[in-house]
Design a protein around this ligand. Structure first.
Ligand code: SAM
Ligand code: SF4
Length: 326
């Protein structure tokens, strides 16, 4: 389906839970979050039903995120249900990776096509500082496991924060040089745990690229599958690739092909806008499928042309990243 700005919307990102086993400083408060409660989150059947309707109207790719998608009970079953929807060509996941190793094979067998790991540090102490919990070794094992079982491409998302992890930028590039991994540097955004977001921590992707250019030769590359807004580069003689995602310094809204579903059943056209459409009532309506289709189309028609982060969008967001699905 085309939206009002001629963008083809074919990508649905679903936050399957707002709970998480980590407490990244930029994302969640240390004490965790108030539980949405079982009755307030969409059931697996409701999520699958909505995807079936959305697939009738052009959705071809689905990403499961959260919160941490792997803490959602029966996530493998959900993937199986989605993989039975013929129109869906790609089922991916964004995860912190901690719970991934023992689940990897079952996730792949259920139909998961590829995975993005969020990893902001390759040093134990810094990883512990940023995530407040968890063990770096689990994430490293997860990445190895994903490569080993052929969930391709395997991507690593690093949120670059000045004064926190910018000294590790070249270590992440070296990782992509040595291994067939796709490392993407993401600009820190004013959304989530806002006290941790400080203007001086923001590093533009241009600054990151300047640092990389001192030590590696980057060659503008082909778009890696599912790259969306990332600008991709090959590393001369390297096995993997590098990508830059710059929501703060460059607009990529003109190419935005996505729509989002929150764990409690709200559709959102933009990560940063407060506008939401509630699907909950539609699931219980006698003409449920038609009602869901109507709301899906409404969300697409109401998708904003662009975000307005520089004018304060995100700052007044009642929803956090872990609720909307990063
Ligand atoms: N728990 C999963 C994970 O961490 O991959 C999925 C959900 S998490 C909210 C999705 C992504 O959003 C992660 O890559 C995380 O680094 C990113 N993220 C969260 N808050 C952010 C912020 N303020 N700026 C940039 N990226 C952010
Ligand atoms: Fe959890 Fe992901 Fe947020 Fe970290 S970024 S607290 S792993 S939801």
């Amino acid at each position: 389906m085309l939206d009002n700005y001629e963008r083809k919307i074919n990508y649905l990102r679903i936050s399957v839970t707002d709970r998480c086993n980590l407490r990244c400083r930029y994302c969640m408060p240390e004490e965790g979050i108030e539980n949405l409660g079982h009755s307030n989150i969409l059931s697996l059947e409701q999520i699958a039903r909505f995807i079936r309707v959305a697939a009738q109207h052009g959705i071809r790719k689905v990403r499961l995120t959260g919160g941490e998608p792997l803490v959602r009970k029966n996530i493998t079953k959900l993937i199986q249900m989605i993989s039975q929807i013929h129109e869906i060509e790609d089922i991916s996941m964004t995860t912190n990776g901690v719970l991934f190793p023992p689940m990897a094979e079952a996730l792949k067998a259920a139909g998961l096509t590829r995975v993005n790991f969020s990893l902001d540090s390759l040093q134990d102490d810094q990883f512990n500082y940023i995530t407040r919990r968890g063990h770096l070794t689990d994430v490293v094992t997860a990445i190895e496991k994903a490569l080993q079982i052929g969930l391709s491409p395997v991507k690593i998302n690093m949120v670059v924060m000045r004064g926190i992890n910018e000294q590790e930028i070249l270590d992440f590039v070296q990782l992509a040089y040595d291994r067939p991994l796709h490392v993407r540097f993401i600009e820190f955004m004013p959304i989530g745990e806002l006290p941790f977001f400080q203007q001086q921590r923001l590093m533009s992707v241009n600054e990151v690229k300047d640092i990389i250019d001192t030590s590696y030769e980057l060659i503008p590359g082909q778009v890696v599958r599912g790259s969306g807004p990332a600008k991709c580069y090959n590393i001369k003689n390297g096995k993997g690739t590098i990508g830059f995602i710059s929501p703060m310094s460059h607009y990529f809204c003109a190419e935005c092909n996505r729509i989002r579903l929150t764990a409690d059943g709200k559709l959102r056209g933009c990560l940063f806008s407060n506008h939401e459409i509630d699907l909950k009532g539609a699931f219980n309506s006698p003409s449920s499928e038609e009602k869901l289709a109507e709301l899906f189309k409404q969300a697409i028609f109401e998708k904003p042309q662009r975000h307005h982060l520089s004018e304060g969008w995100g700052m007044d967001n009642k929803r956090k990243m872990y609720q909307i699905g990063g």
